[in-house]
Design a binder for this molecule. Structure first.
Ligand code: ATR
Length: 267
């Protein structure tokens, strides 16, 4: 149904060719009967990407690595939560005004809400952009956060912004967490043979979540499953952030089963 009225949505990133975004969003557009397409653009420069949105009247964009921070200087308005996180992963074109949001934050919480977060000790591994979004989401749900990170200074800085404790990487075996969330790229192709948290520190009563979704079953989730932990894979968060984007763009709640189903059958 592509014609002259088709609206364009896209993702900006680099690299972006492995992105599952087009699979998810195009399926959801089709499912909801919306005349729109979503394409992946591998770009070099955030300013030029934003200029393209304005020139071509692109209706909405996902923003991924490494542009989530640098894109902020080039858009017209930033949601306060995205500002606090310091990263924008979603641009909405509202009649020429480009607005920036962060849907990673809410998405990190969505898969955990049924299990309860309030009062639980949540250990977040990492202190980069993904960690900041996850930490703000967990803080908003009143989780008791512990940050651990290879670079102490970065970990400590994030811990301060969300009222959390910081634990150096070599001391994580000492903590008693209810939930462990990996936000680093450890375990992701091409680092699939690495593990982001020591398996010895996992116990069967823990919930273990990974933001990495390539591979879906990371070494961390594999170890957690073997220990009898509840596991949440990276697709859960990825789909939740995409569903929130779709809703911001169209005002329509997509069917997340349709989104997830298309990824799993296309692999
Ligand atoms: P993103 O925006 O995707 O979160 P990032 O800002 O580059 O990416 O952050 C990556 C995170 O993964 C950081 O916390 C990084 O640790 P440092 O702060 O020490 O750099 C962590 N990370 C990446 N590779 C790692 C590795 N091999 N070992 C330990 N930590 C790693």
């Amino acid at each position: 149904m592509i014609d002259a009225a088709t609206r364009l949505y896209c993702v900006f990133g680099n690299p972006v060719r492995h992105s599952k975004g087009p699979l998810i969003h195009n399926e959801a557009f089709k499912d909801k009967g919306i005349n729109a397409v979503y394409l992946a653009f591998e770009v070099q420069d955030a300013a030029k990407a934003v200029q393209a949105v304005r020139t071509l009247d692109i209706q909405g964009a996902s923003v991924t690595i490494p542009f989530k921070e640098s894109i902020m200087a080039h858009i017209d308005w930033i949601d306060p939560l995205a500002r606090a996180i310091g990263a924008v992963n979603t641009i909405v074109n509202e009649d020429g005004v480009l607005k920036g949001y962060n849907t990673d934050c809410l998405a990190a919480v969505v898969p955990l809400v049924p299990l309860g977060i309030s009062g639980k000790t949540v250990c977040i591994v990492g202190a980069g952009g993904a960690a900041r979004a996850v930490a703000h989401g967990i803080a908003a749900e009143n989780g008791d956060i512990i940050i651990t990170n290879r670079t102490e200074q970065k970990g400590q800085a994030l811990a301060e912004t969300v009222n959390a404790r910081f634990i150096p990487a070599n001391e994580v075996t000492k903590i008693q967490a209810d939930v462990v969330i990996n936000t680093t790229s450890i375990g992701m192709i091409p680092k699939a043979d690495q593990i982001s948290f020591p398996p010895d520190a996992l116990t069967s009563d823990m919930v273990v979540m990974d933001v990495v979704y390539a591979p879906l079953r990371t070494r961390l989730l594999d170890a957690a499953q073997q220990k009898g932990c509840t596991t949440i894979d990276g697709l859960s968060m990825f789909i939740a952030q995409a569903a929130a984007q779709f809703e911001l763009w169209t005002g329509i709640t997509p069917d997340t089963d349709v989104m997830r189903g298309n990824i799993l059958t296309t692999d």
